[in-house]
Design a protein around this ligand. Structure first.
Ligand code: CA
Length: 464
């Protein structure tokens, strides 16, 4: 969404020019305010105050910034969130948006907010409400240093990884930083994409949700996504698998929270912490039952020579799924239990393990993780550099990094300009891939036909 209001702001204030190599701080209280106010109640701010009052969706701060040439800058925002964690939207020149996560803090704190590619001359940078109810003290820009070479682990974490998985991993390493794989959630959308763009994605993601035992109990064996994965693999495509794990038990099954929404925290009384705390208890046995049921499906893929980018327990840090509901410790324990059970008990050697939260306190044993991933639903087809850089830091740049779910397919020009080396993107289904607010049809076509973006026809031979 674009707010065409910049012309209304007089540029009479003397804003400093970003100096080469130096960091330059812009005080929020000196910027152009729209629906927001200068405040001074919370001490410790810089300059003469700070800005709050983000209570309407369009409320914002607009910083006017000059750059001596087109150049990439690191962005730092000084903020406070006295009402708990929030998300803000950062917008450049009325276009590219990114979501900035603001962790809870009563006092002023800096957050790295990714990068912005400024135009030569004047630029406008907006901080727009999003969740609202946060306070902004200042914005600091410093020229982005050239990124050092990646230092990606040469081997998978499973020493017994099979030839299919090793071939895929070697291929992924070979393209990392040079290209991005196009990807789509659910096989059925590949035909739609072929009609729209003339291309088929290189990667398809499927969900094992309907193989969850608590769903099979109610609806029988209706799932076909394993077959979808095999079909796509036989065409030469790359397969990613996630699992909306319907809770093993304790489904409320009300009209508000029906059994089929049982992966949500709000839809079940199943407590992952107490279940894991008692290895002799029934809930623990149900966890193992479910892992074994899903392992059986993944073994079918192994038997069909399909290596799998395996992404269970996704978005845990959001806590909206039951596996994240009790905080990081039980979730990490569950991840490591699943890794051990699937790898060492079931002999699943076709899996490449994809961890899908950004916060350091949620990161499980790095020896059980091959790839780091983020799910990003900001509009505007931006490079998602804030999330990318958080994952570089999380994995010490030793893990490949993927945009495992996105609303907007990223613009390859921006990916390259921002050095955001996402390995793949996978756009979510109905409501996103076919929604012009997220993916304008012309841009989607451009993205799918860009040289930087690999499609199915361009990846043949990845098995070596
Ligand atoms: Ca200030």
């Amino acid at each position: 969404m674009i707010f065409p209001l910049f012309a209304l702001f007089a540029s009479s204030l003397a804003f400093p020019t970003v100096k080469r190599c130096g960091a330059q701080t812009y005080e929020a209280e000196d910027a152009a305010l729209s629906g927001t106010q200068v405040l001074t109640d919370l001490g410790g701010y810089s300059g003469s105050g700070y800005v709050g009052g983000f209570d309407q969706a369009s409320d914002k701060i607009t910083f006017s910034v000059d750059s001596s040439s087109e150049k990439l800058y690191d962005v730092t925002i000084r903020y406070a969130t006295p009402y708990g964690e929030k998300t803000a939207t950062l917008s450049l020149n009325g276009g590219t948006n990114s979501d900035i996560y603001l962790a809870a803090t009563d006092s002023w704190k800096d957050v790295k907010a990714g990068q912005l590619l400024l135009n030569e001359g004047s630029n406008s940078i907006d901080i727009v409400s999003n969740w609202g109810w946060y306070l902004i003290d200042s914005l600091t820009l410093s020229e982005t240093a050239a990124a050092p070479d990646h230092n990606i682990n040469p081997t998978l974490v499973n020493p017994n990884a099979n030839a299919d998985a090793v071939a895929l991993y070697d291929y992924l390493r070979s393209i990392y930083g040079k290209n991005i794989l196009s990807g789509q959630q659910d096989l059925e959308w590949t035909e739609w994409l072929a009609q729209q763009t003339g291309k088929t994605p290189a990667l398809v993601a499927v969900d094992l949700m309907d193989y969850s035992p608590s769903r099979v109990e109610r609806q029988g064996q209706v799932a076909t996504t394993v077959e979808d994965a095999i079909t796509f693999s036989e065409k030469g495509g790359i397969v990613s698998v996630l699992w909306h794990w319907n809770a093993p038990a304790g489904l409320y099954d009300t009209s508000e929270n029906p059994w089929w929404s049982g992966f949500y925290t709000r839809a079940t009384s199943f407590n992952v912490a107490t279940a894991l705390a008692d290895p002799n208890g029934n809930d623990y046995k149900l966890i193992i039952r479910d892992i074994d049921a899903i392992a059986k499906e993944l073994l079918r893929l192994q038997d069909a020579n399909v290596p799998v980018l395996w992404r269970p327990l996704h978005e845990a840090e959001g806590k909206w799924f039951w596996w994240g509901a009790q905080g990081p410790e039980p979730c990490k324990q569950l991840w490591e239990l699943m890794y051990d059970r699937m790898t060492n008990h079931h002999g699943l050697n076709n899996l490449i393990w994809v961890w899908n939260s950004l916060a350091p306190e949620w990161y499980p044993d790095p020896d059980t993780v091959d790839i780091l991933a983020a799910d990003v639903y900001a509009q505007g087809n931006g490079p998602m550099s804030a999330e990318y850089n958080r994952l570089i830091e999380l994995g010490n740049d030793q893990k490949l990094i993927a945009a495992s779910e996105v609303g907007s397919a990223p613009d390859p020009d921006q990916l390259q300009a921002y050095q955001a080396h996402w390995l793949w993107f996978a756009v979510w289904t109905d409501g996103f891939i076919n929604n012009a607010d997220y993916n304008p049809p012309e841009l989607l076509k451009q993205i799918y036909n860009d040289e930087y973006v690999l499609t199915l026809d361009e990846i043949s031979g990845w098995r070596g």
